[in-house]
Design a protein around this ligand. Structure first.
Ligand code: NAP
Length: 467
């Protein structure tokens, strides 16, 4: 009898979530030359690439070019894409077990971490994730509205997402035209009245979560002066001492911030203020619950028993008049029905990529995870590659030990018929490629990298018209 992974009985794998981790899992499976593997990659959107399309900033086209790598993976024999197919509604985990030997969840971190302070739900206070998805044209967010008639905006957090949000708020229309920002966002941001953007770090300059190139870019904006207060750029004694053991990246960040600090504003139309050692403690609104200001408390750093520097409030306050706030304090995963989920960490319960039961920690047969839903929202796109390799190694080990699901319909056609029945408007990779060509052609006509489709029904109509 042939074994699973042979020509007559290929290993059938379903990957849920067509972001970097999903593609890297597929890539590593295809690298196993001794195995014949058929991979079906599912996404709830018609378009692949997840975070690369809907999260990476539109003015970072170079980072977005990683999609070329994903396209090469998609061109491998044995790869299929099923876009516009949602796990939980169009297909369930139970269904998947009938068609696949192994299932891999790579659904990422689709929502934001909460900040529980009074007033956080006032009108004008938003999760940065919503703004990011909106300006990138994610269909679920394209009708969101942000009050860009406000002159002062705060971004809470100083990670790279906060940097993206602040930078996009400060860009001129001319700068945005070079990006593939969604048209609705381009128009809204072109009319923006924003003058002052405050990025709020609860710790000091040496603890910024941004990376040096992203920080440096903030000093190169066409029409925004970057402002750092010298009182906040100075390192406190604990940070100073920690610098002796700091890596090059941290040194570089501190150097860049010192340069910003020594600059005189040159009267650009916008000002980007990088603030340190402050935490928002309350948001205040008007009688219509519309945000008007936020109260900040000053922090000092202290050393935890584990040796990290953490913030704690001192009795000093400041009110910042802001009409718009973006909370950018990290992403969080979203649970999948029927898959063990660790709510406090926002990840699927797993051991090095093997999904495990919440209580017993016993492996769940045939189920795996990779990427942010496995380890939390950290690292850059490339971090997902070794992470996915690690998961695939566990999958192969289990396959070798005979620990796989026993699907009743492992042939490719049965699954396709099932999807056809459940979601006739599904997108194959070829369908996506046609959409991609259309977006690029629409962009080319006006000298932009692409003009995105931002509604699913538009995407379906374009697909049907192109067949
Ligand atoms: P992040 O890097 O984890 O940064 C989160 C920020 O929120 C930190 O400054 C953190 O401060 C702050 N924060 C957390 N809780 C807070 C609280 N209660 N009050 C105030 N501030 C709080 O998360 P992210 O910016 O969402 O980025 C996620 C990942 O994507 C990161 O690995 C990032 O590098 C990556 N990314 C990369 C790029 C790029 O390469 N261009 C672009 C976007 C995102 P503490 O440090 O004090 O906790």
């Amino acid at each position: 009898m042939s074994h699973i992974g042979s020509e007559s009985q290929p290993l059938r794998v379903a990957i849920i979530g067509a972001g970097p981790a999903g593609f890297y899992v597929a890539e590593h499976l295809f690298k196993k030359k001794e195995l014949v593997t058929k991979v079906d990659l599912f996404d709830r959107l018609p378009t692949p690439y997840c975070l690369v399309r809907n999260g990476v900033a539109p003015d970072h086209q170079k980072i977005k070019s990683v999609t070329k790598v994903f396209d090469r993976i998609a061109a491998k024999p044995g790869f299929r894409f099923f876009g516009n197919v949602e796990l939980g509604s169009d297909i369930t985990v139970e269904d998947l077990r009938r068609y696949y030997h192994q299932i891999v969840y790579t659904t990422g971190a689709q929502t934001d971490r909460n900040l529980n302070i009074p007033g956080i739900d006032l009108k004008g206070s938003h999760a940065a994730t919503e703004f990011v998805a909106w300006y990138n044209g994610h269909p679920d967010f394209r009708d969101y509205e942000f009050d860009l008639s406000q002159e002062a905006v705060a971004v809470i957090g100083i990670g790279n997402v906060a940097v993206d949000v602040a930078r996009i708020l400060c860009r001129t229309r001319e700068e945005l035209l070079e990006s593939d920002i969604a048209d609705h966002a381009l128009e809204a941001l072109s009319e923006s009245a924003v003058k002052d953007v405050y990025m709020l770090g609860r710790r000091g300059p040496a603890q910024g979560a941004f990376t040096p190139p992203e920080l440096k870019e903030l000093g190169e904006l066409q029409d925004a002066d970057v402002i750092v207060l010298s009182s906040e750029a100075e390192l406190d004694d604990l940070s100073q001492a920690a610098m002796a053991k700091a890596d090059r990246g941290t040194e570089r960040k501190v150097e860049i911030l010192q340069t910003f600090c020594s600059r005189e504003p040159v009267g650009k139309n916008r000002r980007l203020h990088l603030r340190f050692l402050v935490s928002p403690i309350e948001l205040f609104g008007d009688e219509d619950d519309r945000l008007e200001s936020m109260r900040l408390v000053r922090n000092e750093l202290y050393t935890t028993p584990a040796g990290t520097l953490r913030p704690r409030p001192v009795d000093e306050y400041e009110d910042l008049p802001v009409g718009l706030v973006f909370r950018s304090i990290g992403y969080r995963g979203v649970p999948i029905e029927g898959v063990p989920y660790n709510d406090s960490w926002g990840v699927i319960y797993n051991e090095a990529g093997r999904v495990v039961e919440a209580e017993s920690k016993n492996p769940v047969l045939g189920e795996y995870t990779a990427g942010w839903i496995k380890r939390g929202p950290s690292g850059v796109i490339g971090t997902n590659k070794p992470d996915s390799v690690d998961t695939v190694e566990k999958m192969i080990k289990d396959l070798d030990a005979g620990k796989v699901l026993t699907p009743s319909m492992p042939d490719e056609q049965s699954l396709e018929s099932f999807i056809q029945d459940r979601q006739p408007d599904y997108f194959s990779f070829a369908d996506w490629q046609r959409l991609d060509e259309m977006e690029k052609a629409r962009g080319e006509a006006v000298g932009r990298p692409r003009i995105k489709f931002t509604r699913i029904d538009e995407m379906i109509a374009a697909k049907n018209a192109s067949i």
